[in-house]
Design a protein around this ligand. Sequence first.
Ligand code: GFB
Length: 325
Amino acid sequence: MKITDKIYVAGHTGLVGSAIIRLLKKKGYLQIVTRSSEELDLRDQKLVNEFFETEQPQYVFLAAAKVGGIMANQTYPADFIYDNLAIQNNIIHSAYKHSVEKLLFLGSSCIYPKNAPQPIEEDYLMTGVLEPTNDAYAIAKIAGIKMCQAYHRQYGSRFISVMPTNLYGQGDNYNLQNAHVLPALLRKFHEAKLNKDATVTVWGTGKPRREFLHVDDAAMACYFLMQRYESPEIINVGSGLDYTIKEMATTIKKITNYPGNIIFDEAKPDGTPRKLLNIDKIRALGWKAVIDLEEGLASTYNNFEKNYFYYTNQTESRNGTIVYV
Ligand code: GFB
């Protein structure tokens, strides 16, 4: 990817897309193309095709998706499957039609079976039943992977698929109904401290284990793979460490300086019992995460506190789920 190449980052206002933009700018890329969802509805095939026709990007980071935490996935499965299939169909097909040099598709660790052996190897894809709270989203992402592989097989397209673990960091969604666990807990503990609440409620039993990766590390991995990875086979990106939700709640209580107590609402879903990726493949290529979880959370909290008004008043689309397109 030359410094003068035209690069389209789809989903540039989202968590991952905005981190990729920050990184590309830092590295001095001169032609970064973006479109907001008001300017271009990525679910509209005709508009997406016209956009590629006009802009003719050479590289595409496909970070546009409808995303959300466990409750959003469970509540709006139709939106998650329809929007994601439409977005990725339109972009992948247009990238092929307009001879994009290389495309990187972002998947998710929820594509793997609910009870996959841990740590999860790339080969475990489609070897078992999916976690029901996010099967609609996972099926859309699996279709995206298969689509990239099919275009590679039939047309020789250089379309690669990257599976990141649970991400967090600057630019996250802090809407408590739709957020992922870390931004939700940062906001809950912060507001409980301000309101002098005696307790903070954490969803589920606190026993599920999750692996977390700072989004700046994820962006570095995407940049690295765009330059160095050519295989149509999927590749995991993670930190290699996982923690229980209870441990994470305790860490966030400390980071936010909240003096009260934690209680668990077991009526809320736990989701997948454990999601830890095997990252041998990317490590063998020479990449590893560098941001320590506690430090990454502390800087994320700092950014949240400074931009509290912005984060707590984000524009929301229908159904209250934020669309990162
Ligand atoms: O991050 P999260 O929503 O997503 O939840 P998943 C992770 C765990 O944290 C679950 C618990 O066991 C939740 O019950 N949790 C505790 C909370 N308190 C909270 C809270 O206040 N908010 C939230 N959101 N969770 C998502 C998938 O699964 O992960 C997506 O639904 C995607 O499709 C994403 O793959 C990365 O890790 O369970």
